[in-house]
Design a protein around this ligand. Structure first.
Ligand SMILES: [Fe+2]
Length: 406
């Protein structure tokens, strides 16, 4: 029984590693070497760095740590360490060129699969291998890097995706109340002890919340436009004047009219907070967001990247969260009012640089995933965090309000 289970999970791991790689390579397929090497924006690495880092991280964990083997090139590790090399410095590192990085990706993968073939996935007492943790972490890591790569692809003139899924754009929109109510009470938040989750999602614990209102849909371009017109606030990233008093959206170097029904995206936490105040509301706290998300269905959500854009606000209304909110998962990350802090009883695993070094350092939590997030990455307990001034993230918002204020 045990050996059959190992064989099955081994095959499934190998398949999912390959599937993750397929997407990575598909996203960069239309690009020239020059585009891979170019620094488009200081908060983002050149794509060539991401590629080398994906391979190097895989080598570190799946070849060196799990397999006990030597690295292919001892010198590469320090250039691809995400903590040692802040994004703004990555354009100047003596890293692998476009051809070399492709062979390095392949060579590491070959070795990682050899190690996987011989590894005992049921080895008791090894938390790194238990339930395939380190493999799940590596698959998620590559998935998460493809989202960062998509942030940069938004800046590339005339980027033509190889594959586009038109279904999210065609999802019917259902009208409903502006806000839905979440009853007061005690709820559990965080990831359950079993199954893959990051250290920062654990331990699962209970929170006591007052009743609150939350927007049924993410905030739309239409509402955001009223906000900037009334307050003189800056438009979201990628908006530009159309020359006739209106606005265009020019992601991927393709100016298009602003669709008023789409969720607003590419706003900073400061802008989200200002919008909420202008609307007479506030951002939800992180626990409020997670409790409101209960019952949301990740299979009926605009996730997985290939839509290359959002679905209109009010889509996927056939499978709302239990409170009646729609699109809690997918479309746009939603800024919360909360700082990125450890849950009570947090323990770093498997390394402090994943979450611990970011706690309490001015990072704000985002929830729910965006169209650019792989479906396999997202779960209601998943916590994303970033600096409040960042705008290149696929981030929008939905507002909340105290029970008594309505
Ligand atoms: Fe990384």
């Amino acid at each position: 029984m045990t050996s059959t289970r190992s064989a099955t999970s081994r095959d499934s791991i190998a398949e999912r590693l390959e599937e993750a790689r397929h997407r990575t390579l598909q996203l960069i397929e239309p690009l020239s070497d020059e585009q891979l090497n170019r620094v488009y924006s200081p908060p983002l690495s050149p794509l060539i760095w991401d590629l080398g880092h994906i391979a190097n991280f895989e080598e570190l964990w799946l070849v060196q740590t799990v397999g006990g083997r030597e690295p292919l090139r001892e010198d590469l590790g320090r250039f691809y360490d995400a903590i040692e090399n802040p994004r703004r410095t990555r354009g100047e590192l003596p890293i692998l060129g476009a051809g070399e990085v492709r062979s390095y990706l392949e060579a590491v993968r070959e070795r990682a699969l050899e190690v996987l073939d011989g590894v005992d996935l049921d080895r008791a007492g090894d938390p790194l291998l238990d339930a395939g943790f380190v493999y799940e972490m590596l698959i998620a890591h590559e998935h998460q890097h493809t989202e960062t790569m998509l942030q940069l692809l938004q800046m590339i003139e005339r980027y033509e995706p190889v594959e586009v899924d038109p279904r999210p754009a065609a999802e019917p929109v259902v009208e409903g109340p502006e806000m839905v109510f979440v009853e007061a009470g005690e709820s559990e938040v965080g990831a359950a002890p079993l199954g893959f989750a990051y250290d920062n999602e654990r331990p699962r614990h209970s929170v006591e919340l007052e009743g609150f209102w939350i927007d049924r849909t993410p905030v739309t371009n239409e509402a955001y436009l009223r906000f900037i017109e009334e307050t003189g606030a800056d438009p979201p990233m990628y908006w530009e004047r159309d020359g006739a008093g209106g606005w265009l959206r020019a992601a991927m170097g393709r100016p298009e009219p602003i669709d008023p029904r789409q969720p607003v995206v590419h706003v900073s936490w400061y802008e989200a907070e200002a919008f909420a105040g202008w609307a007479g509301k506030r951002l939800p706290s992180e626990p409020e967001w997670e409790v409101a998300c209960a019952g949301a269905d990740p299979t009926r959500a605009n996730l997985d990247q290939l839509a290359f854009g959002t679905a209109a606000a009010g889509a996927y209304a056939d499978r709302p969260a239990d409170c009646g909110a729609v699109q809690m998962l997918g479309d746009v990350w939603e800024w919360t009012s909360s700082d990125f802090e450890p849950y009570p009883g947090f323990e770093p695993f498997p390394y402090p640089e994943y979450s611990q070094v970011f706690f309490g350092d001015g990072y704000k939590v985002l929830r729910g995933g965006a169209w650019a997030t792989r479906r396999a990455v997202i779960r209601p307990s998943f916590r994303n965090w970033d600096l409040p001034q960042r705008r290149q993230l696929f981030a929008g918002l939905r507002c909340a309000k105290d029970a008594l204020s309505r």
